[in-house]
Design a protein around this ligand. Structure first.
Ligand code: PLP
Length: 404
């Protein structure tokens, strides 16, 4: 039986050649390939090269972005409960607190009404929606961190309007969203104060591990350039190429080691050149799944909108289908799927920290109970896509008949 994995990166001979070129060049760490990657990434988004900084993960990027916003102990960051650990843990790195926000009804994206309700309540000295512990209402709302789940953009116009009204910063978690666009046609990751992309192995383009930060102002970029490299005032590459003594540098803050090596940036440059084709193929696969499941009462197909990157295919299973046994049976048939996400408010760490219950964020919890992410990698053949579809349809019929 042929197995169909959940995710397979698209790596060709060009990626291999690019990595080899760097290995043979004598310069492995952050250097000319990274500069070129930043410039090309900036051009692909229509922003200036100096706005864009490459890092070794999106987690590092989110950490640096919040740090550049001045987030610290006593501050509050609004994060959807329906996201990956990284979106929230970075808030804790800075000893600030998280206010989780539920999904909008029927959606995987943060509920902007609930977000507003929470900000309103906190501004009036009350507790936020779902908030029972932690720093309490005396903490200061500082940042909204929307997540463009599966490559579908949040309503950035409304989020930015809220942020402006309450003087908050916006850091977009665009880990899934390259290239993705708002319904107005503007690129995800360029609409907030800062935006962060991921090049993790399963992401729309990959460097194995890696990320990119887009900064809305030069001040953010200046701060991040220093903090991604130990708080040192000169980059390694500049130290060896400019006219000042190469050994000389000053540490001006306690920074981090978040730079990306040129080996990975070279890989990223090739992936970037493939991005439109990879995105097109994912959209094609998503359209085939949509057509197969749209009218089937066992399933809810993912909400979509123009500009959606369709990075994941989060299918929701309806009663009486049981998500967990469905996944087990798919695995037995050689089909790999995943779940995006186990909501953060159900995780032991956050439950304990903020005294949370599973049903505090009911939409998020319902999504989790129903969701399976289907394989949607660009090199999937039509035969593989059809096999995924027929297996799911067959299993749905079988599981339902067991309940009759
Ligand atoms: C929504 C979201 N944000 C952030 C991250 C972190 O990305 P990275 O692995 O590049 O740190 C991920 C990774 O899966 C993610 O799904």
């Amino acid at each position: 039986m042929e197995t169909i994995p959940f995710a397979v990166p698209y790596i060709g001979a060009e990626e291999e050649e690019a990595v080899l070129r760097v290995l043979r060049s004598g310069w492995l760490t952050t250097g000319p390939e990274t500069q070129a990657f930043e410039q090309e990434f900036a051009a692909s988004l229509g922003v200036l090269p100096q706005q864009v900084l490459a890092v070794n993960s999106a987690t590092a990027g989110l950490h640096l972005a919040l740090e550049a916003c001045g987030v610290r102990k006593g501050d509050l960051v609004f994060v959807p409960s329906y996201t990956f650990a990284a979106s929230a843990e970075v808030v804790r790195y800075l000893q600030a607190d998280i206010v989780f926000v539920d999904c909008a009804p029927g959606s995987f994206l943060m509920d902007i009404d609930k977000l507003e309700e929470s900000i309103d309540r906190l501004s009036a000295g009350k507790r936020a929606y779902g908030w029972r512990g932690g720093a309490g209402p005396c903490a200061t709302p500082k940042v909204i961190l929307p997540v463009h789940y599966a490559g579908l953009c949040c309503d950035m116009q409304s989020i930015n309007a809220l942020a402006k009204r309450y003087r908050l910063r916006v850091v977009e978690d665009a880990a899934h969203a390259f290239p993705a666009y708002t319904v107005q046609g503007t690129p995800a990751g360029t609409q907030g104060d800062l935006g962060v992309f991921s090049f993790y192995a399963t992401k729309p383009i990959t460097t194995g591990e890696g990320g990119m930060i887009v900064c809305g102002t030069p001040a953010y970029a200046e701060r991040i350039a220093i903090m991604r490299s130990h708080g040192i005032d000169r980059t390694v590459w500049n130290r060896y190429t400019d006219t000042k003594a190469s050994w000389y540098y000053q540490v001006i803050d306690a920074g981090y080691k978040y730079n990306i090596p040129d080996i990975l940036s070279a890989l990223g440059r090739v992936q970037l050149s493939r991005a439109p084709a990879l995105a097109e193929r994912r959209k094609k696969i998503a359209a085939l799944y949509d057509a197969a499941f749209e009218t089937d009462e066992h399933f809810i197909i993912p909400p979509t909108a123009p500009g959606d990157a369709r990075h994941l295919y989060p299918l929701r299973l309806c009663e009486p289908l049981d998500r967990d046994s469905f996944i087990t049976d798919l695995k037995e048939r050689g089909i790999g799927v995943s779940v995006h996400f186990i909501p953060l408010h159900t995780m032991p760490y956050y439950k304990k920290l903020y005294s949370l219950e599973d049903d505090d964020f009911p939409e998020s919890y319902r999504n989790f109970r129903q969701e399976i992410s289907l394989p949607i990698w660009p090199a999937m053949t039509d035969a593989q896509i059809n096999r995924v579809i027929s297996c799911i349809q067959e299993l749905a019929a079988r599981h339902c008949s067991l309940h009759r």
